[in-house]
Design a protein around this ligand. Structure first.
Ligand code: NDP
Ligand code: MG
Length: 383
């Protein structure tokens, strides 16, 4: 069946891989959105002919506006961060795939849900910062929230048998361990951003690649899993699986375990979110067990990688503690990428933020954004 898709964050790592899937499935693109990469966005517009396009950054939007004049059937151009939210809510798309990075994706996720559309969610920060708003909205509007993150897609795939799903005891999240697996605090003192940007298995955007090196990504995924599968922190285990072949597992009440395997290629989970509940041919290669040889397991070192510890603490603390952890991390990663702080400072400030923040159980969207701002300012005051 042909579907109409709105793709937010189309110029990123997930965005471009989503377009590979959309091309292969012959789906229609209703809307595309990016921050400022108009060169790539223009190529995407020419190929996929969307009805609407959003550019968040206004100078880039102005330039694109001029370039669109040369097209036969140009899309309607919308500008600014409010336009991202408007596009997410526009009637005409069957599903919104949110592949924006950071808390910048939250309002659009909520808008898509509130307008009655299913959401394929790559933007894990939506659930980390506003988990209770997002899950309440999903219930209220009766839409589907389909995970794109490979681990959560794996868990979701393992839970398709509704009878077993009722007996879910534990979620077992796998982690690659990132480029610094096995390193001591001493060895991490002077690692550079070039070292941190070299991920062993996945090619991703800069922010999530740093998050993988600090294990913040696994911490964010722990929180994401808690919201998606309604499990407390002590029912979510983390296991390092260096080859990224087992994408995650579920353990049932009878101690039986199901796992989802495949090559590390995001086009598999992206496609499952878009074609759900059907499965079709994928552009991703098959897993070759003859060349794989072994699958290994290790423990995650949360004493060295403090971000993971901080995220666990934030999940137990509840309220906006996870939002504060995320805001502190977004600010810290930005500073690290500008060479203004060291690698280990990221974990230090994220944990300090979580220890420091006062929380109450409920919150509004305005309070989420206030908390995010507060966390960023907190980090800037600590360096
Ligand atoms: P990228 O940095 O590669 O891409 C981010 C996309 O979001 C780009 O299209 C970018 O536009 C756009 N964007 C950036 N800032 C804003 C903003 N303020 N408002 C609107 N759009 C914005 O990130 P990834 O594709 O790697 O990650 C996207 C999301 O998916 C993240 O939440 C990440 O955690 C999650 N994810 C990613 C995986 C991966 O393999 N990459 C795996 C699992 C989850 P522009 O190009 O113009 O800057
Ligand atoms: Mg993941």
């Amino acid at each position: 069946m042909s579907k109409k898709i709105t793709l937010l964050g189309s110029t990123g790592s997930i965005g471009t891989q989503s377009l590979d899937v959309i091309r292969m499935q012959g789906y229609t693109v209703f809307g595309l959105a990016a921050y400022s990469n108009i060169d790539l966005l223009l190529k995407q517009i020419v190929e996929f002919c969307p009805q609407y396009v959003v550019v968040v950054e206004s100078n880039a939007a102005q330039k694109l506006g001029t370039q669109l004049l040369g097209l036969k059937n140009p899309p309607q151009l919308m500008v600014g961060k409010e336009a991202l939210v408007e596009l997410a809510a526009l009637q005409g798309a069957d599903i919104v795939l949110n592949a924006v990075v950071g808390i910048a994706g939250l309002a659009a996720t909520l808008a898509a849900i509130e307008s009655g559309k299913d959401v394929a969610l790559a933007n894990k920060e939506s659930l980390v910062t506003g988990g209770h708003l997002v899950t309440d909205a999903v219930k209220k509007h009766g839409v589907k929230l389909l995970p794109v993150d490979s681990e959560h897609s794996a868990i979701f795939q393992c839970l398709q048998d509704v009878h077993s799903a009722k007996a879910l005891d534990k979620v077992i999240l796998t982690a690659s361990g990132g480029p610094f697996f096995g390193k001591t605090i001493n060895e991490l003192q002077n690692v550079t951003k070039a070292d941190a940007l070299k991920h062993p298995n996945w090619s991703m955007g800069a922010k999530i690649t740093i998050d993988s090196a600090t294990l913040m990504n696994k911490g964010l995924e722990l929180i994401e899993a808690a919201w998606l599968f309604n499990k407390p922190c002590d029912k979510i285990d983390i296991v390092v699986q260096r080859q990224s072949i087992i994408h995650s597992m579920v353990q049932f009440d009878d101690n039986s375990i199901l796992a989802q395997l495949g090559v590390p290629d995001m086009r598999i989970p992206i496609q499952y979110a878009l074609t759900y509940p059907e499965r079709y041919k994928s552009p991703a290669p098959v897993l070759d067990f003859k060349t794989l040889k072994s699958i290994t397991f290790d423990e995650a070192d949360e004493e060295t990688f403090r971000c993971l510890k901080a995220c666990k603490k934030s999940l137990k603390k509840g309220g906006l503690a996870s939002c504060a952890a995320n805001g502190a991390n977004e600010q810290a990663v930005e500073l690290f990428l500008q060479d203004k702080i060291k690698f280990l400072d990221i974990g230090r400030v994220v944990e300090s933020m979580v220890d420091h923040i006062q929380v109450k159980p409920d919150y509004t969207l305005a309070e989420v954004f206030d908390c995010d701002k507060y966390a960023r300012e907190y980090v800037l005051s600590q360096i």
